[in-house]
Design a protein around this ligand. Structure first.
Ligand SMILES: Nc1ncnc2c1ncn2[C@@H]1O[C@H](COP(=O)(O)OP(=O)(O)O)[C@@H](O)[C@H]1O
Ligand SMILES: [Mg+2]
Length: 261
């Protein structure tokens, strides 16, 4: 960590789902507001668990985890999740899906014109155009569905965005395009981002730091700074500095996967 105010802090955080085995062990890290950090690690090492703790969906069994100095569930922080599955409601249009979180927040007090404008903004932000507004999910490609899922996460103007392997099911070119879009949106909106992925190049391209977790019970093995300036151009991926860092993180990840359980 460098200077600046700590926003998310995990201090020796541990979690056991069943009260016996540990899913997360002594995880300590901190993030500043507006930072974008990726987490890589072998399957089952506790990456999704860590996101749940930050979202306040679970409480640590040991140690502490705070957002803005408070327990996440109590902090009132606007937090959104994006998963690999877009989980769109098939009978709703793009607008209807994107607007869902506002309905759930019961923004009855909010004028409907304002709700409409928030929905439009979120849809345009992810690169969908007016012609897509009335489409149903089955009329959309996989990449467009993911854009709708992103728009639905962004419509509440989250302070924290948690992304759990969002692009894992997409082909590589699409993944790269969505990485570029996500980076642009983050640069514009500056939510605090935690991004879980198995793809090291994606983690390095998007993030200011990459956290490497060991296999179960997961703990942090490395916290690797990514020095490239923003906005990052697609051509960065072809540079030797980029390849070198991807290689270094991949080596750490391989050690994490091979390490003693
Ligand atoms: N709801 C749950 N109940 C019990 N065990 C769980 C639950 N969710 C995850 N686990 C266990 O916790 C460990 C970490 O899981 P998870 O956070 O999903 O890992 P990852 O996202 O890195 O693949 C795994 O051993 C998994 O089986
Ligand atoms: Mg997971």
């Amino acid at each position: 960590m460098t200077q600046g105010e700590v926003y998310i802090r995990a201090d020796q955080t541990g979690l056991s789902y069943d009260g016996r085995s540990l899913s997360l062990r002594d995880v300590s890290f901190s993030m500043q507001r507006g930072e974008f950090v990726s987490i890589v690690g072998p399957s089952g090492c506790g990456k999704s668990t860590l996101l749940r703790l930050v979202a306040g969906l679970r409480s640590p069994s040991s140690g502490t985890l705070t957002v803005d100095g408070r327990v996440p569930g109590d902090s009132g922080t606007r937090t959104s999740f994006v998963f690999q599955e877009p989980n769109l409601l098939p009978w709703r249009t793009v607008r209807g899906n994107v607007g869902l979180p506002l309905e759930l927040e019961r923004q009855a007090a909010t004028a409907s014109a304002e709700v409409d404008s928030k929905i439009t903004q979120a849809i345009r932000l992810v690169g969908l155009n007016e012609g897509d507004d009335g489409k149903r999910p089955r009329q959309l490609s996989g990449g467009m569905r993911m854009r709708v899922s992103l728009a639905r996460a962004l419509v509440i103007e989250p302070e924290i965005l948690l992304l759990d392997e969002p692009f894992a099911a997409l082909d590589d070119i699409l993944r790269q395009q969505l990485n570029e879009e996500l980076q642009r949106i983050w640069h514009q909106r500056r939510w605090t981002g935690l991004f879980v992925t198995h793809n090291v190049a994606e983690a390095v391209f998007l993030s200011q730091r990459v956290l490497v977790m060991s296999r179960s019970p997961g703990t942090l093995l490395a916290d690797v700074p990514v020095p490239f300036d923003f906005p990052r151009e697609p051509s960065l991926r072809a540079s030797s500095e980029f390849a070198k860092l991807v290689g270094e993180v991949s080596t750490q990840l391989r050690q994490a996967a091979e390490g003693a359980a």
